[in-house]
Design a protein around this ligand. Structure first.
Ligand code: TXA
Ligand code: MG
Length: 354
C-alpha cells in the first residue's frame, strides 16, 4: 500500500487475526455487518456499495435514515473514485492526516449509493489508522469500501473496546473484530468542503490548530443550524451515558456532590484539575480523577463513561473542561452527553485555561 502508517498500532497481525479478517471480508461481501476497530472508536461496517447491507446498519443502530454514514477507504489514491471535484486543500489535508482521525466531506461520486449519504450530494470519507481496519479494507478488495458509523446505538456512547460493542450490540452484528483499545478514543474531526471554504463540523482526533497549519488559513467551527447539514453527532443531545451527567465548574463540584449525597444519591465525581481534587469522604460519593492532559483524557473518557454506566450511580458530575483549543473535542462530547442538564451547564465559567 503506498500510504504511510503513523500510529502506535503499527504492529503485525497474528495469524488468528488475519483469518478472522478474511472471514469478516466474506461476511461483508455477502451483505453482512462487521464491527471493527479504528484508532478513534469502533465502527459498525457494511459494504458501502450494497444498499441492503447499509439498511442493516441503520436498523442495528436504530439511527434515523437521513443521517449519513462515513465511508472508510484503504488508499488515498481511491479518494477520487468515491468523491469528485475534490479541492486542492482537501487533498492537502488527506495527505497530511491519512491514515488518521480526519473525515473529509466532499461531493460524492456515482459510486456512492443514496442510502450512505442520507440523500445528500456529499459524502464523508476517511482512511482509518488501525492495522485491523486497513487489513479488512485490503481484504475487501478494489471498488469496495466500508460504510461505518460508530458501533453504538443512536445517541449513546461510542465504543472504544470490542467488549463495549458486545455489550451494546451483541448478536445483532454478524462479527466483532477485536483490535484492542482505541488509541485516540474520540471520533474523527469532520471537515466539510461543502461550500468551498473548509469548516469543522465536528471537533475530534485531528486538532484544529494542525488543520489550520496545513491549510495556512483559519478554519471556522460550524454549527449545524448555520450549515443546514445533517450530522447526527451535532445534535445537542448525543454521546450520552444512561446515567445522567452534569457539567459543574471546578469550585462548585464537591459542594454539589455533597448536596446530592445529602438527598441519598450515589454520586460519581470526575475531575481533572488540582482545584477540584478530592474533598469528601462521604461513602455515597466516589471520586474518579481524570488525566489533566487532554490527549490522555480523550483516550479514556468513553471507557470511563461505559464503566460508570455499569455501576449503580444516580448521577455523574464532571468538572467542566478548560476553555482551551486542545480540549475542544472533549468539551463538545461532554456538553452533548450532559444536554438534558443544560440548565446547570449555562452557569459554567471556565476558570482554568491550560
Ligand atoms: O471516528 C469516526 O469518525 C468514527 C469511526 C468509526 O470512523 N465514525 C463515526 O461515525 O463517528 P458516526 O456515524 O457515528 O458519525 C459520523 C458523523 C455523523 O454525525 C454524520 O452525520 C456525519 O459524520 N456525516 C457523515 N456523512 C456526512 C455528510 N455527507 N455531510 C455531513 N455530515 C456527514
Ligand atoms: Mg457516532
Amino acid at each position: 500500500m503506498p500510504i504511510k502508517q503513523r500510529t502506535t498500532s503499527d504492529r503485525t497481525l497474528t495469524s488468528d487475526q488475519q483469518q478472522r479478517i478474511i472471514a469478516a471480508a466474506n461476511i461483508l461481501r455477502n451483505g453482512g455487518t462487521v464491527a471493527f476497530p479504528t484508532e478513534t472508536v469502533y465502527g459498525l461496517g457494511a459494504d458501502a456499495t450494497n444498499p441492503a447491507a447499509i439498511e442493516k446498519i441503520y436498523r442495528i443502530k436504530q439511527r434515523p435514515p437521513n443521517h449519513p454514514l462515513i465511508v472508510h477507504i484503504g488508499n488515498i489514491t481511491d479518494l477520487d473514485y468515491w468523491a469528485q471535484a475534490i479541492p486542492e486543500s482537501a487533498w492537502k489535508l488527506a495527505q497530511h492526516f491519512w491514515p488518521g482521525p480526519l473525515t473529509l466531506i466532499l461531493q460524492r461520486s456515482r459510486h456512492i449509493p443514496d442510502c450512505v449519504t442520507g440523500g445528500q450530494n456529499t459524502v464523508g470519507i476517511r482512511i482509518p489508522a488501525h492495522p485491523v481496519a486497513l487489513a479488512l479494507l485490503q481484504a475487501l478488495g478494489t471498488e469496495k469500501a466500508l460504510a461505518a458509523p460508530s458501533a453504538n446505538r443512536f445517541g449513546r456512547i461510542s465504543p472504544t473496546a470490542a467488549f463495549h460493542v458486545q455489550q451494546q450490540l451483541g448478536s445483532d452484528v454478524d462479527m466483532i473484530l477485536d483490535g484492542d483499545t482505541c488509541s485516540v478514543g474520540l471520533e474523527s474531526t469532520i471537515v466539510s468542503f461543502h461550500d468551498q471554504s473548509p469548516k469543522i463540523l465536528r471537533p475530534g482526533g485531528a486538532s484544529a490548530a494542525t488543520i489550520e497549519a496545513v491549510l495556512g488559513v483559519p478554519v471556522e467551527l460550524a454549527h449545524t443550524s448555520q450549515s443546514g447539514i445533517r450530522t447526527s453527532g451535532s445534535l445537542p443531545a448525543h454521546y450520552a451515558p444512561n446515567t445522567p451527567l452534569r457539567l459543574v465548574q471546578s469550585t462548585k463540584i464537591w459542594q454539589q456532590a455533597q448536596a446530592l449525597a445529602d438527598q441519598n444519591q450515589r454520586v460519581l465525581v470526575m475531575t481533572w484539575s488540582t482545584v477540584a481534587q478530592q474533598q469528601s469522604t462521604n461513602p455515597l460519593i466516589v471520586h474518579c480523577p481524570m488525566p489533566s492532559n487532554p490527549l490522555i483524557y480523550g483516550q479514556c473518557l468513553y471507557a470511563r463513561l461505559h464503566q460508570f454506566d455499569q455501576a449503580a450511580f444516580d448521577v455523574l458530575l464532571s468538572e467542566a473542561p478548560p476553555d482551551h483549543p486542545d480540549w475542544l473535542a472533549i468539551a463538545d462530547r461532554l456538553q452533548r452527553a450532559s444536554h438534558h442538564f443544560i440548565g446547570n451547564n449555562q452557569n459554567i465559567h471556565h476558570e482554568h485555561t491550560k
